[in-house]
Design a protein around this ligand. Sequence first.
Ligand SMILES: Nc1ncnc2c1ncn2[C@@H]1O[C@H](COP(=O)(O)OP(=O)(O)OP(=O)(O)O)[C@@H](O)[C@H]1O
Ligand SMILES: [Mg+2]
Length: 631
Amino acid sequence: MDILKKVQDYREDQERLKWEGTLADYLELLKERPYLAQSAHSRVYNMIKHKGVEEVNGRKVYKFFGDQLFGLEEALEKLVEEYFHPAAKRLDVRKRILLLMGPVSGGKSTLVTILKRGLEKFSLTDEGAVYAIKGCPMHEDPLHLIPHHLRTEFEAAYGIKIEGNLSPLNTMRLEKEYEGRIEDVMVERVFFSEDKRTGIGTFSPSDPKSQDIADLTGSIDFSTIAEYGSESDPRAYRFDGELNKANRGIMEFQEMLKCDEKFLWHLLSLTQEGNFKAGRFALISADELIVAHTNESEYRSFIANKKNEALHSRMIVMPVPYNLKVSEEERIYNKMINESDIKDVHIAPHTLRVAAMFTILTRLKESDQANLSVLKKMYLYDGQNVEGFSDADVQEMKKEFHDEGMSGIDPRYVINRISSTIIKKEMTSINALDVLRSLKDGLENHPSISKEDKERYMNFISVARKEYDDLAKKEVQKAFVYSYEESAKTLMDNYLDNVEAFCNKAKIHDPLTGDEMQPDEKLMRSIEEQIGISENAKKAFREEILIRISAYARKGKKFDYQSHERLREAIQKKLFADLKDVVKITTSTKTPDEQQLKKINEVVVTLVDEYGYNSTSANELLRYVGSLLNR
Ligand SMILES: Nc1ncnc2c1ncn2[C@@H]1O[C@H](COP(=O)(O)OP(=O)(O)OP(=O)(O)O)[C@@H](O)[C@H]1O
Ligand SMILES: [Mg+2]
């Protein structure tokens, strides 16, 4: 990939998209494409819709958020349907500040970042194009130039409703530069960019004593006062606060409720009336989506304070809870790891899944329903089948608590624990046990978890550990069975020889010595018992199998161990049972003999080639399963 070529292409693209013309030219554009004059809220909504909507289980899934936010479909659907969509239709909610409220590291900042980056890209498209008065620091809407007394007529002709007044600066420019001829005022296409401070603003609280309101609304430009003679000349003012710069786009208010009140009051009039006050000027109209975020405890103390009532009534609070699906949580970890500098460390299969199980368990609430453990709930929420529960039950379950997902362990904590373990121990490979241990150690020293929660969480570590034990055992067994495919066949041939002899009241020949022997009753029973065939039923079962074999033979078909479902099951179970000892001995012996070494190597190869382990993690797995089987 030639990076410089790409940079050049990008520049050329921008060059190609540039547009400049008079207001008269712009009005021509609007005749064909009236949507160019859309409001900031409408642009954001269209941007989201533009990427496509999918219906999944009667739920709308907006692809716009798809590849970066996982497991938040319900919250996002609510956000779009209850805020973005009605706000785009100029309903009253757009006059409120959108406040995202959720637990730490639940994806609030990520969500806002997605919106911002999305708008930057969208403004490069035809549907998201933005036009502004040329040279205006606030990229003011050119339609503000249309005088108020003509706006009703304008709406009738163009179908576009104009809101807002021409800013003091452009009022003056219209006089001085264009001699009042609005049709000559130059308009240009602008491209949103946070770096260039166009259409995207961010405000984050710092020390309230030193933080200046100028950060929001701009300030007097002392270097030009002398030139223009007065502080109230808008040309002697820098309209470069975040509210100015975010005009037409989006303004992020980080950790809003940590802000000093004086900053918040500015937002009141901006959201409610669509304008704000700066310096000694008339009100400045601005059209921007204000999105803020906060956590639950700050929010609670904010609304508990009577003084904040007015502000509170001008906010619309949207919860952003934690994801509650194990598989989505795993995706979150994978994403975070890929973005980090531990991405080259080998992570054994199931490691992140087991960590995710623990995390989700801490976020779930204990149901009143007697037969519904949190573990079952965890599987059900993840879309797995649990005996005795239907999809409808799951929908009901979700209604039991309105605030599920607002507490528990956050993803950043998990990733931090994983990275610190890797770095401290200089590991090149990490498995589920390492991670569970590290999560557990972390809990012991965690300052902000109550004693009660700590106990619950410790218990969840054990629950997750048990789930892992099952996964680990199955994995090893599977790997052994694979190399034992042959044995399944041998075992069945052996069984059938004996069954045949038994039914014909004959003897069998020892393949090595050629001696005649009685059928091996012990062997036959050990297989039959696996599927619950009683002593009384054994004869019928054996005869039935012989009949099946001869039926196959007549049709010229080959009878193998897949040909009889119950027999197949019995053989497999017997193999697993025998395997248990093989696995146990093979995996736990300190001084394996040649045969065992060979077996271990085979299994390791299977684990590496087919299940995604590396040789370290495969050997660790074998040793662990060995110790489990020896308990
Ligand atoms: N549902 C999710 N989908 C994808 N990534 C997520 C999700 N939740 C959290 N993350 C990841 O977790 C990390 C923290 O998220 P983010 O900073 O957006 O959270 P926040 O809610 O702003 O937290 P804080 O309250 O600490 O500011 C990010 O790397 C983010 O990508
Ligand atoms: Mg944040």
